[in-house]
Design a protein around this ligand. Structure first.
Ligand SMILES: Nc1nc2c(c(=O)[nH]1)N[C@H]1C(S)=C(S)[C@@H](COP(=O)(O)O)O[C@H]1N2
Ligand SMILES: [Mo]
Length: 426
């Protein structure tokens, strides 16, 4: 019937099968599963649509998505009252085909609302254990050599529901995984600014403070700031959005969202951490042995299949589908993503789509011939340091039962016989 090689159970095909077969989605034996419609040999009478018969409309000074696409939006997490200042907006990850999230769809976590900052008055100060305390306005900062980096930011609370809920909640990819986004960030390397200020020998930590009402602040090891940290001024080619920290934010590649202080206005160089409210409370983790883990900076290796994913419906059984998703690691590059279509019994390597970048979202895919039976899909990412995503049971053994931050276990989606996809635990 078909020479398409099965590479694992449940109908996973060789990741190059689609390209090699050269016959589109109409795989041998599944001719009626093509996504395209065949053109009849004799061209039919064809109504020329209205938009081809007249000049088009005017453009805008600042472009917007097509009106028909404006239903694609961030989703606000229900719960905290509107006026509490605390808000979580989740990105529609399942609709994102590449490694960049459109700026208007970037997820957001605000603890104190969005401050309405006058960029002319805003200053970044560097003081504490330095030879020369310094202050920069936006214009002065923009004169330093800018660097650009494609990076993800992930809230340590991303996918918390699967950590804390004893049963798998029937939620979408956006609800469960929407606290991660990818952007091209451009800004000034912090090492330039810190060197200019002159770091004193006793310096080991830096307290970064935001200009929002609650003075969001986190202590960060000086080492990271001298490594790949930047003060980001641009996001995907334009000034930062207010939601992302306009006019400037700290970007600490690969580290938990919370330390990427938005609306950054103060860096105090110290010899010890400050144990601020933001690092001693919500962003400390309780381990299974009762100990508290503070300063859990790295976001560990993680992946999710975005298609098929929670609450989507596959149109037909006995079909060809592309299983596709995103993988990332706060330690470095993704080197491998394996996919299972039989609940973890067997695995096959997915294709990694380039560019595979350091601490950035990486896209993967693998062809799948669904046989119409209830199937459980999983993905398991590995990074360049050999870190592999744990199973949920493995993850739960490390943390206290009520802990929910830094959840990076393998995600399972069940495709039911009627094509509906649901979040499950395996
Ligand atoms: N000043 C300030 N910085 C902040 C926050 C905040 O509330 N105030 N939220 C933090 C949290 S919890 C996360 S996950 C990231 C989210 O960045 P984003 O909103 O740009 O996605 O910003 C962090 N930086
Ligand atoms: Mo966060």
């Amino acid at each position: 019937m078909t020479d398409l090689k099965q590479v694992a159970g449940g109908g996973l095909l060789d990741r190059r099968a689609f390209l090699r077969s050269g016959i589109g989605l109409s795989l041998a034996g599944f001719a009626d599963t093509s996504a395209a419609q065949a053109l009849p040999v004799v061209a039919p009478a064809y109504d020329i649509p209205a938009w081809m018969r007249m000049p088009g409309g005017a453009d805008l000074a600042y472009g917007l998505p097509a009106a028909q696409e404006q239903a694609l939006q961030r989703q606000q997490h229900a719960g905290p009252p509107e006026d509490s200042g605390f808000a979580v907006w989740r990105t529609p990850l399942a609709s994102q085909p590449g490694v960049i999230t459109p700026s208007g769809l970037h997820f957001a976590v605000h603890h104190n609302g969005i401050p309405d900052i006058d960029p002319q008055q805003h200053r970044l100060m560097i003081h504490g254990l330095v030879e020369r305390p310094l202050s920069f306005d936006l214009e002065q900062l923009a004169r330093y050599p800018l660097v650009s980096q494609i990076r993800f930011i992930e809230c340590s609370g991303n996918t918390a529901a699967n950590a804390a809920s004893p049963w798998a909640r029937d939620e979408s990819c956006q609800q469960l995984f929407g606290e991660i986004s990818g952007s091209e960030w451009a800004g000034v390397p912090l090492k330039l600014l810190l060197r200019e200020a002159g770091i004193k020998p006793a310096a080991k930590w830096v307290i970064a403070e935001g200009a929002d009402g609650g003075s969001h602040s986190r202590s960060v090891p000086l080492e990271k700031l001298l490594d790949d940290a930047i003060v980001a001024l641009y996001q995907n080619g334009e000034r930062l959005r207010p939601s992302q920290g306009y006019p400037m934010r700290l970007l600490l590649p690969g580290w938990e969202g919370n330390v990427n202080v938005k609306w950054l206005h103060r860096l105090e160089v110290c010899d010890a951490p400050a144990y601020t409210k933001d690092e001693s409370g919500l962003y400390s983790e309780v381990l299974a042995n009762g100990e508290i883990e503070r300063f859990s900076f790295f976001m560990d290796v993680k992946s999710v299949i975005t298609h098929p994913s929670g609450q989507q419906i596959l149109p037909e059984a006995l079909g060809y589908y592309e299983i596709a998703g995103l993988a990332w690691s706060g330690y470095g590059r993704i080197t491998r993503v394996e996919v299972s279509a039989d609940g973890g019994l067997s695995w096959a390597d997915a294709h990694l789509h380039g560019p595979v970048l350091d601490k950035a979202l990486t896209r993967f895919s693998i062809p799948w011939q669904w046989d119409g039976r209830s199937s459980v899909l999983l993905s398991r990412a590995t990074d360049e340091f050999g870190r592999v995503q744990p199973t949920r049971a493995h993850w739960k053994r490390r943390y206290a039962d009520h802990s929910f931050n830094h959840y990076n276990a393998q995600q399972a989606w069940r495709v039911a016989r009627n094509g509906r996809v649901e979040n499950v635990y395996v």
